[in-house]
Ligand binder design. Structure first.
Ligand SMILES: C[S@@+](CC[C@H](N)C(=O)[O-])C[C@H]1O[C@@H](n2cnc3c(N)ncnc32)[C@H](O)[C@@H]1O
Length: 396
């Protein structure tokens, strides 16, 4: 029996993955429900400490940030996902009050998106207590400003180790949507953590409910790494350094890399082998309905959500308006300069993103999974009714 078959917390099922034996697949921590003494064995506390110490940036500072447009573009992707899938649920049952799990919610960057989507109740969960406190404060501020707002719960816990359901005010709650934005990859430290995360996501999700999120694309990271001369690659705003030896087989879990992004992230993350993620997710009744790298996501939705792209300033005006400078260096705009030079109407302005920012945006992918219906087998055990017979294509 290989290492993957080790039994993890809350996992009494037979492992179904035929993985290669690998040191990195060994159990690393016992996975303890909120027991501080045992947390030292995991990266989770490094991640929590990092996010707990991230300073809140003022509006002025954000506007001058070298990742101003990247940040807005990421927000556009999240807004589109939220809008599209709340709409899909409402298409079937208009007027139904929507309940949501926002897992790895951070400081509540999506609060106003949930407000615009007119949801009824959101449970926000994150490992970083300081972020959860800020999320709560932002929620209260928004409520004061808006009058009416969805009701909310805030949970500070390691979602890769602890059972969220035990912490809900109503443990029988059923979610219509679960969202995990830029956070799922932290659970790919070990099989046990990925399982707990998926169990938390799926456990209270209604049949036909959606789970969507955004993660770095492991294939893209490996492709770029292979093109680079050493173990790290990046540009002046980001850097990725692999912390395992890629000459060996890639570990399925615990494939650690350091991700530095100007003023936002600077901590270890883990590659998510997407096919493996889908295989695991299937065990929790979740099936792929959509997957696209951000550049394809943009192609798919920029027509429908063009106004939003402009409203939240996803693109920089080129050439820069009088008395303003472009956010990046000259060489960051060669793509648009060539285009502009060939234009006949030189009064027209173009919208673009600096190459440095686009190189970060295109590392990510968005995915949407749907919860299957289930039935009981002859032993009274819940079994999922999968709609697809074969593995879905993972490449768009
Ligand atoms: C890049 S931030 C994204 C925050 C938010 N979803 C957003 O889009 O703005 C990643 C978040 O994942 C959280 N996180 C990382 N590991 C976690 C874990 N084991 N359990 C819960 N949250 C975790 C971090 O604390 C951080 O807030």
């Amino acid at each position: 029996m290989n290492d993957v078959s080790e039994n993890y917390e809350h996992n009494n099922e037979e492992p179904k993955l035929n993985d290669r034996p690998n040191e990195n697949l060994k159990r690393r921590s016992s996975g303890n429900e909120d027991e501080p003494s045992k947390k030292i064995h995991s990266h989770s506390n490094i991640v929590a400490a990092h996010y707990n110490h991230l300073e809140e940036k003022g509006l002025k500072e954000r506007f001058n940030s070298p990742i101003f447009y990247l940040r807005n573009f990421n927000n556009w992707v999240k807004s589109v996902l939220i809008q599209e899938y709340t709409d899909k649920i409402r298409e079937k049952d208009y007027g139904r009050p929507l309940r949501v799990l926002d897992i790895c919610c951070g400081k509540g960057g999506d609060l106003s998106k949930w407000q615009k989507a007119r949801v009824e109740h959101v449970i926000f969960a994150d490992i970083a207590e300081v972020s959860i406190d800020q999320c709560k404060t932002r929620y209260e501020d928004l409520r004061l400003r808006s009058g009416r707002l969805f009701s909310a719960e805030f949970i500070a816990t390691d979602c890769t180790k602890n059972t969220l359901r035990d912490k809900y005010k109503d443990p029988s709650i059923k979610f219509d949507l679960a969202s995990c934005q830029f956070g799922l990859h932290y659970s790919f430290e070990s099989l046990g953590q990925a399982r707990r995360m998926l169990a938390n996501i799926s456990e209270c999700l209604k049949p036909d409910g959606y789970f969507f999120g955004t993660i770095p694309d492991a294939n893209e990271i490996i492709t770029r790494f292979k093109k680079s001369q050493n173990r790290s690659f990046g540009n002046r705003i980001f850097n990725i350094k692999l912390l395992f030896n890629p000459e060996d087989e890639y570990p399925l879990f615990g494939a650690k890399y350091d991700f530095h992004l100007e003023g936002v992230v600077d901590c270890p993350e883990f590659l998510v082998h997407f096919d493996l993620f889908l295989k695991l997710a299937k065990e929790y009744g979740l099936e792929l309905v959509y997957k696209a790298r951000f550049e394809d996501f943009f192609k798919d939705f920029s027509g429908k959500y063009r106004d939003l792209l402009q409203r939240i300033k996803c693109f920089e005006t080129y050439p820069a308006p009088p008395n303003r400078e472009l956010i990046g260096d000259e060489k960051d705009y060669e793509h648009v300069k060539n285009y502009f030079d060939n234009m006949t109407n030189k009064h027209e302005k173009l919208g673009t993103m600096s190459l440095c920012e686009w190189e970060v945006a295109t590392i990510y992918l968005a995915f949407v999974l749907k919860k299957c219906k289930s039935t009981l087998d002859s032993n009274g055990k819940q079994v999922y009714i999968h709609t697809e017979k074969t593995s879905p294509s993972t490449q768009k």
